[in-house]
Write a protein that binds this ligand. Structure first.
Ligand SMILES: [Zn+2]
Length: 265
C-alpha cells in the first residue's frame, strides 16, 4: 500500500430485515446451536479524503429490495444527500460484488469512474450467473449496465490486490460471490478493513461460521483467514458487511444523517 491521503470512513445503514440464524448461516444446524432471530442490516460505505469521495458499493435500488421483502430505511441516494454527498462529487465507485444490494443506483453517479472485480464481471455475464440460486441475488438489468459501462470504457476491472485510489486497496477474496472484494482504507486511526460480504457478520471470521449464500466454501474460509490477518495490523478495525453491531460500535455522525450513519474513522 502506498501512502495516500488518510480517509474519513462512514458506514451508511440504508435497510434492514428480521431473519433467523437458520436462514442466514450455511448449514446452521451442523453447529448444534438453537435457531434464533437475527437482524441483518444493509450498508454502503463512503470514503472522504484528499483524493475526493469514493463510494464502496451503492446499495440496492429500492424496488429491487422491496420485491425481496427488505425494509428500506432511507433510499441510498437520499441517505448520501443527507450526508452532504452530492452525486457529482463522487469521483469513483468501487463495486465489491454484483449482488443487487451492492450495485443498485449506479446511474445516479454518471460522473464517477466505476471499478469492478474482473471475476464478478466474467461470472455474472457467463454461463452460470443466470442459473437458479445464483440468479436470485442479482438484477439482470444492473449486471447489463455494468457490462455496457465496461464496453464504453467507463468501468475498469481489477483482480488480486489492487490500489484503486491513493490509500485504498481492494483484494479479491471470493467465497460469497466469485469475485468478492475486501477493501482496506488508510485512515488516521489505522487501516479500516471493509469486509463487505466476505463477512456479513463479525462472528463469521471470529467463530468460523460461514454465511448461507456461498459460491465457494473453501474461498469463504480463506477469506476469514485474510480478515484475521488484516485485523492483526496495528490499529486495524474490520467492518463486517451486514452486521447490526456496526451501528453501535462506532459513533453516530449526527446532524442530518443522525441514526443513519456511523463514523468508522
Ligand atoms: Zn452479497
Amino acid at each position: 500500500m502506498s501512502a495516500g491521503p488518510p480517509y474519513e470512513v462512514l458506514a451508511v445503514r440504508y435497510a434492514t430485515r428480521r431473519s433467523t440464524r437458520g436462514e442466514l448461516f450455511h448449514r446452521h444446524e451442523a453447529h448444534g446451536e438453537p435457531d434464533a432471530e437475527q437482524v441483518i442490516d444493509y450498508y454502503l460505505w463512503v470514503l472522504r479524503g484528499g483524493g475526493g469521495t469514493v463510494l464502496v458499493d451503492t446499495g440496492y435500488d429500492p424496488p429491487a429490495g422491496m420485491r425481496r421483502g427488505r425494509t428500506c430505511l432511507c433510499p441510498p441516494v437520499d441517505a448520501l444527500a443527507r450526508l452532504g454527498v452530492e452525486p457529482a462529487s463522487v469521483s469513483q465507485v468501487l463495486v465489491t460484488h454484483f449482488h443487487y444490494d451492492h450495485i443498485g443506483n449506479l446511474d445516479a453517479f454518471p460522473g464517477a469512474a466505476i471499478v469492478v472485480p474482473e471475476r464478478e464481471l466474467a461470472f455474472w455475464t457467463g454461463p452460470y450467473g443466470g442459473r437458479g440460486l445464483f440468479a436470485k441475488d442479482v438484477e439482470p438489468g444492473e449486471v447489463a449496465r455494468v457490462q455496457e459501462a465496461h464496453r464504453l470504457g467507463r468501468a475498469r476491472t481489477i483482480d488480486g490486490t489492487a490500489e484503486v485510489a491513493p490509500g485504498v486497496t481492494s483484494i479479491t477474496a471470493g467465497g460469497h460471490s466469485p469475485g468478492q472484494q475486501v477493501v482496506v482504507v488508510e485512515t488516521a486511526r489505522g487501516p479500516v478493513v471493509l469486509a463487505s460480504d466476505a463477512a456479513h457478520f463479525t462472528e463469521e471470521w471470529e467463530r468460523d461460521r460461514p454465511f448461507a449464500v456461498v459460491a465457494d466454501l473453501e474461498a469463504m474460509y480463506r477469506g476469514y483467514d485474510l480478515l484475521r490477518r488484516l485485523a492483526r495490523q496495528p490499529g486495524a478495525v474490520v467492518v463486517p458487511g451486514h452486521d447490526p453491531d456496526v451501528m453501535t460500535r462506532f459513533p453516530d455522525v449526527g446532524g442530518d444523517a443522525a441514526g443513519l450513519a456511523v463514523r468508522v474513522a
